[in-house]
Design a protein. Sequence first.
Lengths: 128, 359
Amino acid sequence: MSQNIPQELRYTKDHEWAILEGDVVSIGITDFAQSALGDIVFVELPEVDTELSPEDSFGVVESIKSVSDLYSPIAGTVVEVNSDLEGTPEACNETPYGSWMIKLKVASTDEFNALMSPEAYKELCDNQ
Amino acid sequence: MSLLKTSLHQIHVDLKAKMAPFAGFDMPLQYSSVKEESKAVRSNVGVFDVSHMGEFFVTGPDAIKFVDYLITNDFAGAELQKAVYSPLCREDGTTIDDLIAYKLETERVLICVNASNIVKDWNWISSKTKGFNIELTNESSNYSLLAVQGPKVEEIFKAIELINDEDGLVYYSAKELTKMGEKVILARTGYTGEDGFEVFCSHEMAKTLWSKLLEKGAVPCGLAARDVLRLEVCYPLYGHELNDTLTPLDAALKWTVKTQKDNFIGKEALTGLTSSKRLVKLSLDKGIPREGYNILNMQDEVIGVVTSGTMSVETGKGIALGLVDRNKFPENKLFKINIRKNNIEANYHTKAFITGGHK
């Protein structure tokens, strides 16, 4: 299984990555996730201004044979969605870390800081 | 219970296939990608290990008569060395399985059944033998089965000397021949809509064939691609369009129910019956229909359910088969499919989503 886990990102147990810039967190799916899903053919993302709580589903990513929910790891307000992915869902396979899905404006960075480190995420992947 | 393995299991693992349990077997879902595998079958050749499927043999003077009695399609009338696709029904017309029966010889018939139904089919068929001069054997574990599908299959089979022109294996024919020093059943059948063969052979020969085919450029394909391919050409799948409570008429298989036949199990129930359902073929311009999603009319009333859905590799659209209540079938033929929070307008198709190139 794929083991590309960039050092500069944080991770979730649902195989998503996140990065903090100011008070905005960008979220996408990891290399492990895209590899497990196979050919990604459909991405559904929320409307801008959607309020999300931790564990809220904010969209779906579909491969030819499967549907997977996307979960927000943290609370925040959707300020931008990567609608390019709707036309080019295969980008999630090709460049998972270049294919952010949503940007969340957060009130506090605590939840972000509590996400998994690259080391902890690598261990999770190794055990799956 | 531990999963069963086909003779090619280690080869799949070595090829780093994604494996998953299917009908009690650890089977390859995909190797490279579902997209690439589907495309290989439509434009080149793909090879599937479908050794999990069941093989029953009926031998003896009444072999043909017995199989004709068991299944709803016309088997007695089929030519020798031909294959016949048919539902297998109960007296009440409900469907036990769908299968292909191969008329190999006047006193020898091969029945190939779905892996998930082997035990159920065996129990049913073996309970119906009374009065027939036949012998019935379950050879499922003795045979490997490779499905080799795609427009270049004939070329490749000739190149590895598995067939020649004299064999006369035209579409839907089946013969037991001696190849590579052993007996093998070659059938020009499949589940993809493309030209192709199904090869029933020994476990050892399956391994040899697999590597010879890959050497010639055949692409290993998994069960995921197989499902996409069959759905694109609208072939029903047991457990989806057919099940223990549905009749073949529900799955638009009236053409396989020959009520003018002398006698067969289910004849009385199926004669003159009108299905309470209609099988519909729907596609979406945006979104992917999945099994279990509701089908609605333009007033957003639920009128049916998706029985199989996927993204079509060939058309790039979401495609579905679904069962709609016959008395709620909209005259305007306008449908929607509910996906999460949205009811999305669907395109209604009278023909299969694509036309395969089978001969």
